[in-house]
Design a protein around this ligand. Structure first.
Ligand SMILES: Cc1cc2nc3c(=O)[nH]c(=O)nc-3n(C[C@H](O)[C@H](O)[C@H](O)COP(=O)(O)OP(=O)(O)OC[C@H]3O[C@@H](n4cnc5c(N)ncnc54)[C@H](O)[C@@H]3O)c2cc1C
Length: 305
């Protein structure tokens, strides 16, 4: 019986492992990949984490994991298939065995929805990005495009317009889904141009992205757009499937939990990108890992166990 089972070893899970070990808990972290680090592993450069300026994402993941290993944190490579709660005890079923714990920290993260356009995977990190907050600064004075029509796409375009010479917002419909206030701000910006009814058919370049091949969905007309970068904002999919029916999720599938990371299910905590929150970044994920362990301590104290 473990005190805590942590599911996922991205930034949130690794931070939770470190805090749990230092708090003296008998904890184990279960990760389905052979490497820890989560989404950050695929990131060429992380330039907004204090103290590690310009670090390669893979190196950052390794550094976080080395820290946990140096403290003696326990890890297991396995995929968690289900979580259930019986009489205050959680049963975590993996593809190999069933484990029990008094508390669970869910840190399974999220994945960005893909366009599935040719060139997208090839140029990811070389002009294709899913995070304007993370990578926008690399495109200062350049021309970029944002693909999408929701709040995130509008926010990304507004954010990029502060530094880029020109920003195109490419949307497959003739109206945006973004909040009115965002649409008003977007339309007031002189360096933002919205391209309606259009999809990205292909992303092309040599070493870096150079152009997008577009198609107007209404007229069928094809075209090309020269850009230095393209930000894809067509949705984020939280990895919360195993928690359906176990705790409360919002309409997008994020676990409903506040800054204390406590979900609606006693003893189940959610840390990092899987949690309903405003900003999904490494710095907020590691903060959640720490807060989740602190909340576990309070939960055990309250239960007097
Ligand atoms: C391309 C890209 C660039 C980014 N750049 C930056 C940046 O520059 N700066 C920044 O701050 N943030 C950046 N981010 C965001 C940042 O990576 C995330 O906010 C952060 O990784 C979230 O950490 P997490 O631990 O919550 O989740 P994740 O990193 O998603 O980790 C979740 C982990 O859980 C594991 N897992 C999932 N399901 C299971 C299961 N059922 N069983 C076992 N294991 C499971 C996964 O394999 C994964 O390792 C970027 C994201 C992307 C995609």
């Amino acid at each position: 019986m473990y005190d805590i089972i942590i599911i996922g070893s991205g930034p949130a899970g690794l931070s939770a492992s470190i805090y749990a070990k230092r708090a003296g808990f008998n904890a184990i972290t279960i990760e389905k990949n052979y490497m820890s680090g989560g989404q950050i592993l695929d990131t060429f450069e992380v330039d907004n984490y204090p103290g590690l300026k310009g670090i390669n994402g893979f190196d950052m993941g390794m550094k976080f994991r080395e820290h946990a290993d140096a403290l003696g944190c326990a890890f297991k490579v396995a995929t968690v298939l289900s979580v259930s709660r019986n009489d205050d005890i959680f049963v975590v079923e993996t593809d190999e065995e069933k484990l029990e714990a008094r508390a669970v920290i869910a840190a399974m993260g999220a994945n960005n929805a893909k366009l599935s356009a040719p060139g997208e995977a090839e140029f990811t990190g070389r002009g294709v990005s899913y995070c304007a907050t993370c990578d926008g600064a690399f495109f200062r004075g350049k021309t970029t495009a944002v693909v999408g029509g929701g709040d995130v796409a509008a926010e990304d375009a507004i954010f990029l317009a502060r530094g880029c010479e020109k920003v195109y917002l490419i949307h497959r419909r003739d109206e945006l889904r973004a909040a009115d206030i965002l649409q008003k701000e977007l339309k007031s910006l002189e360096n933002v141009e919205i391209i309606w009814d259009t999809v990205v058919e292909k992303i092309e370049g040599t070493d870096q992205v150079e152009r997008l091949v577009l198609k107007n969905k209404k007229s069928g007309e094809a075209g090309e757009l020269s850009v230095d970068g393209v930000f894809i904002a067509v949705g984020i999919i939280p990895n919360s499937g195993i928690l359906k029916g176990v705790t409360q999720l919002d309409d997008k599938g994020y676990v409903i939990a506040g800054e204390d990371c406590a979900s609606a299910t006693p003893g189940l905590f959610a840390a990092g990108d899987i949690r309903a929150k405003q900003l999904r970044q490494v710095v907020t994920a590691v903060a959640d890992g720490a807060n989740a362990v602190n909340s576990v301590q309070e939960y055990f104290l309250r239960k007097n166990v």
